[in-house]
Design a protein around this ligand. Structure first.
Ligand SMILES: *[C@@H]1O[C@H](CO)[C@@H](O)[C@H](O)[C@H]1NC(C)=O
Ligand SMILES: [Ca+2]
Length: 220
């Protein structure tokens, strides 16, 4: 189960440990759609590992609901070191991030509606804690995409914001993980998998040229 022809719509739940999605070209169509039946979030943690050589704007994680296209979003800006995290359509920019090209990066972002605070974690390092939006939940039919950024619920893609490279180990929780739990994810130790998205039993659809491949282990 390695290659999927272009334009094939593929739906399944697979044990994805040791695997990655490869997004091999810039398009405004190719993406992975992640399914969840959960619809009401008062807090979120999303984590993934990514590998890219893009220095332009690009999306890492896009969660949209009918009322907010940027309900929860991780976005790498073209400006060096800047990563944006949106919650409820409001963004905070995290600057000075060591976003290396051509390397696997571990990225997590948290938000909770009680305080309205977000935090970004990159390769084990926490960011400042910043305010975006408090007092309302992420509510309504949730569509999560990898590879494309949603400007509308499930669509509105822009090739210039697409992701090219590899993504693995995607998890999402309905609460803010403790710093210790985030460190365990980042260090690839035992951690409690996501209760909204769990890479080990991910429910997904591939649309367009995205490949599910084995992660490459380099021998020294
Ligand atoms: C927000 O979400 C939480 C968790 O799903 C839920 O318990 C709470 O009732 C929601 N609040 C509102 C105002 O809908
Ligand atoms: Ca966009």
């Amino acid at each position: 189960m390695k290659f999927f022809p272009v334009e094939l719509l593929f739906v399944c739940v697979v044990y994805l440990s040791g695997k990655m999605f490869t997004f091999p070209q810039q398009t405004s169509t190719a993406h992975v759609k992640l399914s969840t039946t959960r619809e009401d979030f008062s807090a979120v943690t999303a984590c993934l590992r990514s590998f890219t050589d893009l220095s332009r704007n690009h999306i890492l994680f896009s969660l949209a609901t009918p009322s907010a296209a940027n309900d929860f979003l991780l976005f790498k800006k073209a400006a060096a070191g800047q990563i944006e995290v949106y919650a409820r359509d409001v963004t905070a920019v995290f600057d000075g991030q060591e976003y290396k090209l051509n390397a696997w990066l571990s990225v997590c972002a948290t938000w909770d509606s009680a305080s309205g605070l977000e935090q970004l974690w990159l390769n084990g390092k926490p960011s400042c804690r910043k305010f975006t939006s408090a007092g309302s939940n992420i509510t309504g039919h949730t569509i999560i995409t990898l590879g494309q950024e949603q400007d509308s619920h499930g669509g509105g893609f822009d090739a210039k914001q697409s992701f090219v490279g590899m993504i693995s180990d995607v998890h999402m929780w309905d609460h803010v993980l403790s710093p210790c739990e985030i460190s365990r994810y980042m260090d690839n130790l035992n951690f409690t998998p996501g209760n909204v998205l769990n890479w080990r039993e991910l429910d997904f659809q591939i649309i367009g040229r995205v490949l599910l491949e084995e992660k490459q282990n380099i021998c020294y």
